[in-house]
Design a protein around this ligand. Structure first.
Ligand code: ZN
Length: 247
């Protein structure tokens, strides 16, 4: 193929989305130093980097997360994640600096960028849902772990329409092959699985179960340690139990 046939595919190539045979064709052009394709792909890459870089500046998921933790009275040791975030930002900058190189690695770089962006969007969505629960006037909440010497500590927020949000600190990451599982325990009947989650290295965890909740029949919320796949019914003593007190 010639450059003219390829020029409509530069953007997709930069995003790692272009199909064969255009993908191989563009790589060939780049590898043999085709100036037209180099310039075209470089511009497309810069655009992709701009789009990818814009999101964190406006809505850093970590800042949102910190606000949520703070509003639940959970302190987060700031160093680790802040350092990771800075490293990620530095990597992005380094990625931008590599724009001059233009070889087949472009595809890999842009696909990494794309997947980072997708993860970030998912995280922002999750945090937005968490905020919605926190800000809803019909949300109730209860603290757990206060006054215990070796606590997981934190707070559960629940809302009849939006679900359950659990925020914890002092919860060490579950061992390899295990995950934490949240349960909604009805006043009558068996515990209902409410999703599995993992805590972070700093011991903070945020787990959100969206969906409707039969508040009138909810007696408590609990967290157990289960196998990675999760369980239908709790198989271990709960680490966290929070009565769903009605007031
Ligand atoms: Zn070309």
């Amino acid at each position: 193929m010639n450059c003219e046939q390829l020029q409509d595919h530069y953007e997709l190539f930069a995003l790692g989305l272009v199909e064969e045979p255009e993908r191989s064709e563009i790589r060939d052009h780049l590898n043999r130093g085709c100036k037209t394709c180099r310039r075209g792909v470089k511009e497309a890459m810069e655009m992709a980097a701009l789009i990818g870089g814009a999101a964190p500046q406006h809505d850093p998921p970590e800042a949102l997360r910190r606000r949520i933790l703070a509003s639940a009275g959970v302190e987060q040791r700031p160093m680790r994640w802040a350092a990771l975030w800075a490293a990620a930002a530095a990597l992005s900058l380094a990625g931008a600096a590599y724009l001059g190189y233009l070889d087949w690695q472009y595809a890999a770089d842009s696909s990494r960028l794309r997947s980072e962006l997708r993860q970030q969007q998912a995280e922002v969505l999750r945090l937005t849902q968490a905020f919605a629960i926190l800000n809803n006037p019909f949300t109730r909440d209860a603290a757990f772990g206060n006054g215990q010497p070796q606590p997981p500590r934190g707070r559960v927020f629940w809302n009849p329409e939006q679900g359950v949000l659990l925020i914890a600190s002092n919860l060490p990451p579950a061992p390899v092959g295990k995950r934490y599982e949240m349960w909604v325990i009805p006043k009558t009947g068996k515990p209902v699985p409410a999703g599995t989650f993992q805590s972070r290295a700093d011991g903070t965890a945020m787990h959100l179960r969206t969906g409707e909740l039969d508040v009138g029949n909810t007696g408590a919320f609990a967290v157990t340690l289960e196998n990675e796949a999760g369980a239908d019914q709790p198989t271990s003593q709960p680490l966290i139990v929070v009565p769903a007190a009605t007031r």
